[in-house]
Design a binder for this molecule. Sequence first.
Ligand code: PRX
Length: 660
Amino acid sequence: MPEEVELEAWLAEQEEFEPPESFVERANVADANVYETFDEDWPDCWTGAAELLDWEERWETVLDDSTPPFYEWFTGGSLNASYNCLDRHLDDRGDEVAIEWVGEPTDETNRTYTYEELHREVNEVAAGLRDLGVEADDVVTLYMPMVPELPVAMLACARIGAPHSVVFAGFSADALATRMESAASEYLVTCDGYYRRGDPLHHKEKADKGLSRVDHDVETVVVDRLGDEYDHPMGDDEYDYDALVAEQEGAEVDPVERDAEDMLFLMYTSGTTGEPKGVKHTTAGYLSYAAWTSRAVLDVKPEDTYWCSADIGWITGHSYIVYGPLSLGTTSVMYEGTPDYPEKDRLWEIVENYGVTQLYTAPTAIRAFMKWGSRFPDRHDLSSLRLLGTVGEPINPRAWKWYYKHIGGEDCPIVDTWWQTETGGMMVTTLPAIDEMKPGSAGLPLPGLDVRVVDTKGEPVEAGRAGHLTVQKPWPGMLRTLYRNDERYVEEYWSEYSDTASDDPEDWVYFPEDGAKLDEDGYITVLGRVDDVLNVSGHRLGTMEIESAIVGVTGVAEAAVVGGHHDVKGEAVYAYVITEDNSAETEELRERIVAGVENAIGAIARPEQVIFTPELPKTRSGKIMRRLLEDIANDDELGDTSTLRNPDVVAGIQERVRTD
Ligand code: PRX
């Protein structure tokens, strides 16, 4: 029977899956009372998470909720994140592997860092950064691909109390400049380049271009990844990473004692407006939460070889490649390249070669694997896998089942974890040894979390009805604010359902801007964003950011961007564009529009289709009807068009989308 048909039949058959017995027997968290215990003892239940860490000074108060929504966790305590990810493992696990790095080229000498070696290099880089002038609380920007020097630099920053701001390497020069300006960041660690599908990419050119748009002086450290392949000039305020490390050989830097609430890092993410948001995470709450969720949900144990295939440039990589796994002293795998190079079995080859025990990836990747077919994983022995995870967007039941069957061999639980940059760690998922799994539904709120699906008035919706996801109590991993913008923090996340005049925490409700549905067992199915944010291959992009990039292109008068369904990417960017002059609707302009988006944001935001139109459908009050543009992109039946000021434009736009 063809794979598709077989899967379809099975899909109809089974809707619920029990945790495999073999997994339950050895799981870190297997006691179903954990939900009740956390509820009864809230917020003190979170001391268990904090106790996964080593503290310089133990905390006095678990939660300070006196000024909502500016919550503070584990106040009075102090610690250092790099100490927790490195030093404390040295006695018992110094010779064990911390990072197993796999480069994209297959003839690469892959690099293995034991905890001892990682500790050494982190100390040297920390000393080097200090020499350059970095002090506690200075924001250091890291614009790097998946090279081991990225986690080294993150931990070096953490060691000296300098918050890092990692900018995804796929982002453009402009995006780098905006983030460095916004954070007033005077230090940059970047890289000359990296490999993508066999070709060297000259990343430094982008970094240089970005720096030329930053108004203040910046000291830059450059990692040499491409060696002789790429001969790049170095400026006066640019330092070679290897030289910096060599100069500091054997240096030891005492981990700086950080207050629980001191900033650990900043991470920029997209929102409704064009301006990216600097999400601020602090040391104790974030790290405790990353460690606790890694242990409870991903079942990380020190002896594992755990692999999260995300990019460290996103929050998933921060929490579940670097901070969570390393704080638990496990081996974390890092892969530089794409899953289809040199062949479509690259990931399975890595799983087999390294004996990977957990794999945490994204639905977009799983859909691609499914499309390529099971013959690729079938070539490899995947029996080392014990648990599978997914994150970033809703997973359709068919992809879930394919993953379960062909990667997990029907013997690994799958955790479908819903969370966000802002939440710091996982929020809704099943606990892999306790809860049954329902493909397509993320699962239950984690213990200690008060997640509810509500209607527009904030009232709980009945099972089966769609509503908005809300979080009604604080949690340790939560963002603390938007960097230097408390007002926007309150406005963006807390204004929808809270009584903002109240100082009673009960009156404050966090709104993640996702739609969701509950079933009769309390399982949550996340339906996707309800704001103007797209999720393209699990990458979060603001429609406004893309629109302003397009409007910046000469010849464009107006633009509207929406998401349309895409089999692999989940969503794809559809750009409807009005030109200044109709006769300018040319292929050349279309190319300039695509280039404009790539320059402003990066290739990840590239429009799937650019549709020229003389007009956009607007309501009588002049608002663009985005819902309608989405229906057109999806070739769905159109909703009500009677409220349009210009209903006659619709047929023409439909025609253009279909024929393009
Ligand atoms: O819409 C939700 C979706 O991704 C958004 C968060 O994106 P970002 O901050 O980039 O973080 C992604 C990685 C944590 C959410 O608002 N999302 C994330 N995980 C899931 C999801 N949607 C459905 N199911 C998930 N498991």
